[in-house]
Design a protein around this ligand. Sequence first.
Ligand SMILES: [Zn+2]
Length: 335
Amino acid sequence: MYKLISLALAVLCMVSFPLSVFAKETMHDEDIYERRMELYKQAEAVSLIPWYYFAAIDQYERNIRLVRRDLPKAKGVLGIYIKPEIWSGPLNKNQNDTNPFTISQFGGFGMDGNGDGVADSTNDEDIIFSMARFLQSYGTDHEHLKMALWQYYHRSKTVDMILGKVKIYKKYGTLRLDTHAFPLPLHANYTYKDTWGDARGWGGRRIHEGTDIFADYGVPVRSTCYGIVELKGWNQYGGWRVGIRDINNTYHYFAHLNGFAGSLHQGQIVEPGMIIGAVGSSGYGPPGTAGKFPPHLHYGMYKDNGYAEWSFDPYPHLKIWERMEKIKRKQRDRK
Ligand SMILES: [Zn+2]
């Protein structure tokens, strides 16, 4: 358990760093987003596959890379990492091969995208071009791209996460979807403290994987992020609960709800501040059980590393989002 906690702490430190720490230090965030979009559009132009598929794959991989120590840091602005044996070809004795001809002879993934005669696995243009050609070999429509993703990752959760991002990027048409909101309206009466990791008795020995925000029945519960509703329904611990997957592979979990927002459904795209349900006390029993504890929102955050998912402490994030919203509100009031 302690291993898990220290792992989660390490991850938290990593995810809280600003984007610029991991990307080219000389570039500003705005330039990085612009350059990425340029690369996705280039890939679209050569493959006829919409740019948001490339954006989704890249965003998934970037976030995997941020939480994994076994993967090297990206040299360019893209997050996609292709293993040497895949890039050069599984039977290629030269795992650092950059010759497009010999790579293709060995069935490698790597190609020359920028016309310099070299297939460089750390070059953004070569990476995105190689990915475009790989996907294109399956087809350019959604169903075939889904198959290509399955062939590439062999993990349905990964494919689902990427397809979720495809939907989100397609809807908003921008890469800048990092804003967050506090889960309850700031004008509501609520209290919360850091209880992550505390013991929980009901249903055997468990640790508390989240923050409890105490408020009255019926106080609106809002999405904390841009994301997609991955799950909605009953769970014996969480009662009526909603799970939202954001564009950083993070899963946001809202439990003990009184009920859901009328139209809320699985696969729906949500944005920060959108009402998804209301505070309640459901859970700790079969469907419909309520009132076994005071009404509160249980809010949890989980991170995926491409193999597994684990819980980390949402409290510091809640504090930041709450403060950011207060600042924004003040700025608005002054105008
Ligand atoms: Zn809780």
